[in-house]
Design a protein around this ligand. Sequence first.
Ligand code: BTN
Length: 266
Amino acid sequence: MIPDTTNEWPGAEILPEQGLWSGRLILFDSLPSTNTWTKAHLNSLHAGDVVAAWRQTAGRGRFSRSWITPAGGNIALSLVLDKPAQPEQALSLGQTAALAVARLLESLGIRTQLKWPNDVLVQSRKISGILAEAASASDKIVIGIGLNTTISREELKANGLEEQATSIFLELGRQVEAEQVLSQLLSSIHETLAEKQKQGNRYLARAWKIRDALLGAEIEIIVGEESWRGRYQGMDDLGRLMIQFSGGEDRTFWSGEVVKVRRGKN
Ligand code: BTN
């Protein structure tokens, strides 16, 4: 497909489709943050558009953390989707994106795990993170996906992340073609969203369960200034975390940060 480089956004290439993905791919070499750019341009974007960059200078993670995307073929992208009619469906969109990343990595031979709410791990190290954001005045939702593709151990070390993070390059022991991985990722997102649409939320909960990094674990969930400890019970059909406290009481959470206190089966 021939990219359109004479468009309204200087520095962007626009590809009309990518793999199975039929929306536009708006591709930059570098952006401060694909989520920030996408939210600022939502008026001229449509559901199905994807904004991607090979490098971010101010990438953002959950809980106002930073997300590093150094130059050299790491993948940062933001997906524009219609806001679901029921707001409680929004959580599962980010989780569907995490599942799509996991399925892509598995197709490359990398065994993955999913950690609530939407982290993708390889042997407890994070390889991908999702930041879903809604712009209040818009009927669109932005799903940001960061996938460590080409980053080396040295670069992770320079950012103090060598124990916590990994990349496709480190897992396979060879570099991959980043353009190809991006196209495969968009195909995987297309297929995974379609499967969820067809089978409903149960599909996500089932697919999550077989990859669940927290299964059987004793966890702490932190929400703002508060935290709770208990045994992780899995993820329900709406994508909520289920926990049981030592007294036997059950509770579900829509958001929060989870810390594993004691390992479970996985
Ligand atoms: C997390 O695990 O904390 C979420 C990380 C999300 C990072 C992605 S990279 C593409 C998009 N743009 C951003 O600035 N953040 C998200």
